[in-house]
Design a protein around this ligand. Structure first.
Ligand code: OAD
Length: 254
């Protein structure tokens, strides 16, 4: 990819007082984690998360839903952070303040070195009781060969005996209030936002780049496909995040 970047973006990055990094499934694609909506590799192609990622699906067939999330969790455990995750972790040292907001339920940002990651859609690694809400410790953490489509009975809560559920946000559920408020506050406050590897179609998370732009921030969309809906002070950087981000950071801070 070309290492020519918009001077507006480079200035915004170099002078950023508060940089907001907002990530989606595309940032983990180069670690081998399937995205949700990309043709051929997207999870939507083979399985239908819209039908599995709901409270109704869990009530109707808990073993199917738990098995699907365990398959995804094992896939993440077997994966490693990629260059994009590492560059985002390095960015913390380049700007006075960085907030990292992710829609991803994996822990690859943390494993690359970021702390205080705001997870808007929860985490695969923090299951909880579906009734009393108590966190549940998972003991089968060894990275094993993931098995797609395996049905698995969810464990039972040690406090109340009810079924444990994945610690993620399902369709029809509200996002964790504190995380959403912190993300919106950062969007209003930041002067530069990097939106990386997200299709921007799932609300309310998708409002974050727009809110930042409306509040005066320069917004860059890093995506393997060109992003069409762009306003003034928004740029599209087309290419895999693992290539675009190192090049951008090298030009801006190298
Ligand atoms: P999507 O699968 O909707 O979008 C992934 C985006 O990443 C697409 O726009 C791809 O073009 C882009 N992409 C793929 N590979 C890339 C790469 N190597 N570098 C850069 N970009 C790449 O994933 P999200 O936008 O994260 O919600 O989806 C949002 C939410 O929809 C998810 O958090 C999930 C899902 O329903 C819940 O589970 C609640």
């Amino acid at each position: 990819m070309s290492a020519t970047f918009s001077p507006v973006l480079l200035d915004a990055l170099r002078n950023a007082r508060h940089l907001l990094v907002f990530t989606g499934a595309g940032v983990s694609a180069e670690s081998g984690i399937p995205t949700f909506r990309d043709a051929l590799t997207g999870l939507w192609e083979r399985l239908d998360p819209a039908e599995l990622a709901t409270p109704d699906a869990f009530a109707h067939d808990p073993a199917l839903v738990w098995g699907w999330y365990e398959w995804r969790r094992k896939k993440v455990l077997a994966a490693q952070p990629n260059l994009a995750h590492h560059v985002i972790a390095e960015l913390v040292t380049c700007v006075p303040r960085l907030t990292l907001v992710t829609q991803n339920v994996d822990d690859l940002h943390e494993r690359a070195g970021n702390t205080d990651v705001i997870h808007l859609h929860g985490s695969l690694h923090q299951p909880r009781c579906s009734v009393c809400g108590q966190p549940h410790a998972l003991h089968s953490d060894a990275p094993i060969e993931p098995e797609e489509g395996r049905r698995l009975e969810p464990p039972r809560c040690v406090h109340c005996g009810e079924r444990v559920r994945p610690g993620v946000v399902w369709f029809g559920e509200t996002l964790p209030e504190a995380a959403l408020n912190a993300a919106f506050e950062a969007a209003r406050d930041c002067d530069c936002l990097l939106s990386i590897g997200t299709s921007g179609v799932v609300q309310p998370a998708a409002m974050i780049p727009q809110l930042a732009a409306e509040s005066g921030a320069v917004v860059a969309h890093v995506n393997s496909q060109s992003m069409t809906v762009l306003g003034p002070r928004q740029v599209s950087l087309v290419g895999p995040a693992g290539k675009v981000l190192p090049a951008l950071i090298d030009v801006a801070f190298g």
